[in-house]
Design a protein around this ligand. Sequence first.
Ligand SMILES: [Fe+2]
Length: 380
Amino acid sequence: MGLMVYLNRVQFARGAIATLAEELALAGIVRPLLVTDAGIVAAGLLDRIRAVLPAAMSIAVFDAVPPNPTEAAVRAATRAFLAHGADGVIGLGGGSPLDLAKAVALLATHGGDSLAPYAVIEGGLARITDRCAPVVAIPTTSGTGSEVSRGALIVLDDGRKLSIGSPYLIPRAAICDPDLTLGLPPLLTAGTGMDALAHCVETLCSPRVNPIAAAIARDGLARAWRALPLAVADGADADAREAMMLASMQGALAFQKGLGAVHALSHPLGGLAVPLHHGTLNAVLLPHVLRFNAPNIASVLPILATAMDEPEGAELLADAIAAMSRIIGLPATLAEMGVPESVLPAIAAAAMLDHHHLTNPRRATQADYLALLRTAHAGE
Ligand SMILES: [Fe+2]
């Protein structure tokens, strides 16, 4: 066993957004930069946040976070942070704004204008210190759990989508208000929800020993499996929305145990020029990865089956996950998502370098990854 980190401050309740001013004060933030995207602004969520903040508070807003956050966008937001004389960051939105908020908290306080030295696979962990600016995270989707995790995924200038991670990047506070997700459209609810589900499944399959994480992942999987179709079918179902927000947080609390091939493959796919939704990629990949991992997860399969209340066996569980994706309206193949077949060899090569490759329960070769990608592309 190794380092286990639980928990930052989490305000979890319908209406929890009312605690924002108090949480900013506790984090020592008086001049925040608020990081979000255009969709959040258009949905009126930025106005709802402003309404609960003191009128006199000086807030700068960076609302140009791309669907997959880029190093260039981090630089632009960092300039906004410095120009405002900000002392902390509010991340508002799905995984992309929250991850970008963390990256700004890092870059604005650590000098330089490149994120590559801070990437996990470049030995970045040792370079990230307690100088990071404080972050308060407000999720508006239920999937990444970035509000309680130490990581940020950024597409670097060279096209690699890399993870930057440090305990110092865990937000000081997470404000989990499921009411903020009530307006999320069905397809985004489905895609983000499958990310949460994939976090729980991959955590349980990871060979690392962390019984606490495994227990959280088991509970999160059961919760997400029950609630996801309900949240997709009726976006106004407050109980399902609350369950999904909790499952999303649980997935991220648990995945310090390690993710696997689903994420090793979806990260490079997420770095392609054509924007591909992370959770939807995971939904497509997960059944194929379960089948591939089958020989090495015999002890985990009964745990998955019990949590999902589905028949035991890798094949049956893979089928059940594919059926869930169908029911909630997600595509079945990478081809349907618009992934060109020509990129698959490069994706297989890049997956070998992703840090989640190392915690997949069955060690994959580049040829294994390519075969898996081809199957997921064609939907065989
Ligand atoms: Fe994920």
